[in-house]
Design a binder for this molecule. Structure first.
Ligand SMILES: [Zn+2]
Length: 285
């Protein structure tokens, strides 16, 4: 009799301990072997933001592999399986791949929280490339932090603190780029794929794209573009490593100019955007 009541007391105590510690553990959390929370993102630059805000509690996987065009990427069966064990999927917002695959992605895992990092960002003409503006990335960062707090409420404060640090870094990046590009403010720049519209807008530059709605221009559109570019004395065509530079090279030959590669999807967002600003400042001088 005495022995069994002792046992009950021990069990009750254990139960109490579990209850008090579970305040730090959400149900979605214990879903990876390392104890980390699995988070999926669409593209590489998002991973850096999520890692900075999530810290060591988060394990981030990127759905679109490096070097691949995220507009047309298709998920592998292995990736869909991984998503079935993922706690949170953070979409950029309006990338074609995300629109095409969202139902399948959400369907693999009903428990998974899906958030759109473009919430409260004004999307212009369906342009999905919001992450290339550090000012818009600050809003994305807020949305990311809020999502992490939702799936891991025991560590709300940690996420809030790291968000503040990231916001400061993004402010610094923004003012560095603004300083680099201020001498060429007011310039127009020619790109193959239109990734840099929001970036250009933030720093007083106007993006003109060769591609129209994800397609090559018609002969008439191209002729108009070429005569405009000659008139403006444009000598540089910006292209990205994820797209063929064949058309951009052809345009460059017509203009007696050259193709310069800038990367919209580099993994080190901060270093890359500073490099892009330097490259643009030199090219547009
Ligand atoms: Zn794109």
């Amino acid at each position: 009799m005495k022995k069994s009541s002792f046992l009950i007391t021990i069990l009750l105590l254990l139960g109490l301990m579990m209850l008090t510690t579970s305040g730090c553990n959400s149900t979605r959390e214990a879903n990876s072997n390392s104890g980390q929370i699995k988070v999926a993102v669409t593209i590489l630059p998002q991973a850096q933001l999520v890692n900075k805000i999530g810290g060591e509690r988060i394990a981030v996987s990127v759905l679109v592999p490096p070097g691949i065009d995220p507009h047309t990427y298709e998920l592998s069966p292995g990736q869909l399986k991984d998503l079935s064990e993922t706690a949170l999927y953070i979409r950029v917002g309006h990338i074609d791949f995300e629109k095409n695959w969202m139902d399948r992605i959400a369907g693999t895992n009903k428990e998974m929280l899906v958030i759109d990092s473009s919430q409260s960002i004004e999307i212009i003409n369906g342009d999905p490339h919001i992450w290339l503006s550090p000012r818009l990335a600050k809003i994305q960062a807020e949305n990311i932090a809020r999502a992490l707090q939702e799936i891991d409420p025991g560590h709300r404060e940690d996420y809030a603190q790291r968000l503040q640090t990231v916001q400061k870094e993004l402010d610094q990046l923004d003012s560095d780029i603004a300083a680099t590009l201020s001498p060429v403010s007011g310039s127009k720049f020619l790109v193959f794929h239109p990734s840099w519209g929001y970036f250009g807008r933030d720093y007083g530059l106007e993006e003109i794209a060769i591609e129209r709605d994800g397609k090559e221009p018609t002969a008439k559109e191209l002729a108009e573009l070429l005569s405009w570019a000659k008139n403006e004395d444009i000598k540089v065509i910006f292209a990205s490593p994820q797209h063929s530079t064949r058309e951009a090279e052809a345009v460059a030959r017509e203009l007696d100019g050259k193709v310069v590669i800038i990367d919209p999807l580099a993994g080190d967002y901060f270093v890359n955007l500073k490099q892009v600003a330097d490259t643009m400042a030199t090219a547009l001088k």
